[in-house]
Design a protein. Structure first.
Ligand code: PAF
Length: 280
């Protein structure tokens, strides 16, 4: 496992690999790695000659200063985990803020088709601008053949697929299944901020999604959402939103199910904000 901090040293490695015709897979992360991240790394290692894993807590995508301050940072154990997982040729990129967002940054935000305005976008204004900016600049630095993202961040995945086309990046976006703990809680870096009692309470996200899926045959989307709200009223979590959307366009469903529908949910468990989703 190689560790690279400077953009120039990463560029040198990328250039050499490209000259040799080697393929590069890319797994962007904000650290606090869990089994979900490690499964993305393993998939990239299987499908590419070399894998770049970036670790960078991107301040531009946080709309809340406390959330940024409290975001878990566990760089030593992250490096240890990557080392243990690395079956082959792994480069860990730890970008420096000023190099990732230089003064002469050429980044121009593209139209996100309104996909940044709903759900996460409504509750975290500006969040996706920050995500798109960092992913754009990371793609320029790493120049991968494929990039790997988790399906848990469903809206982010849809937006990244969209901008990859818009910015004409020749990169294949690979989506990877959400990993869950034995009770169903979706793995997330933020789970490390929950105690055992909160983890149990947080299962309401998963159980609501499962119930929505079960009721698809019996209820309209509107009725299914009403049921979900009732379920949440009995819990101690504060529901931010639950929406049924078309999986590709993210347009909201109300009267009819679409062939590819996804239910997305966000809730506050104590001070910790959790999201989850399920294809319905
Ligand atoms: O999903 C994440 O961890 C982040 O949003 C990403 C894609 C690494 C960009 O900072």
């Amino acid at each position: 496992m190689k560790i690279c901090k400077q953009h120039a040293s990463l560029s040198q490695i990328v250039l050499e690999l490209k000259k040799k015709g080697k393929t590069i897979g890319f797994v962007p992360t904000m650290g606090a790695l869990h089994k979900g991240h490690l499964s993305l790394i393993k998939q990239s290692q299987k499908e590419n000659d070399h894998t770049v894993v970036s670790i960078f807590v991107n301040p531009l995508q946080f709309n809340n200063a406390d959330d940024l301050k409290n975001y878990p940072r566990t760089i030593d154990s992250d490096l240890e985990k990557i080392k243990k997982t690395s079956i082959k040729n792994t480069i860990v990129y730890l970008p420096i803020y000023e190099e990732l967002f230089p003064k002469n940054d050429a980044f121009v935000l593209t139209d996100l088709n309104g996909m940044d305005k709903v759900m996460e976008g409504e509750f975290r204004p500006g969040h996706f601008n920050g995500v798109v900016h960092v992913v754009h600049n990371l793609f320029k630095h790493v120049q991968p053949k494929s990039a790997y993202f988790g399906e848990k961040d469903f809206q982010q995945l849809a937006i990244i697929k969209h901008i990859t086309k818009k910015y004409c990046f020749d990169i294949e976006i690979k989506s990877c299944k959400t990993m869950r703990d034995k009770n169903g809680l979706a793995l997330s870096s933020r789970n490390s901020l929950l105690n055992e009692e909160e983890k149990n309470k947080a299962l309401i996200l998963y159980s609501t999604l499962v119930e929505m899926k079960k009721q698809k045959e019996n209820l309209s989307p509107k009725e299914a959402l009403e049921m979900a709200h009732t379920l949440f009223k009995k819990s101690t979590l504060k529901l931010e939103y639950i929406h049924l959307v078309d999986s590709k366009t993210l347009s909201m469903l109300s009267s009819e199910w679409h062939k590819n529908s996804t239910c997305c949910i966000a809730a506050q468990c104590g001070n910790v904000r959790l999201i989850d989703c399920m294809s319905i």
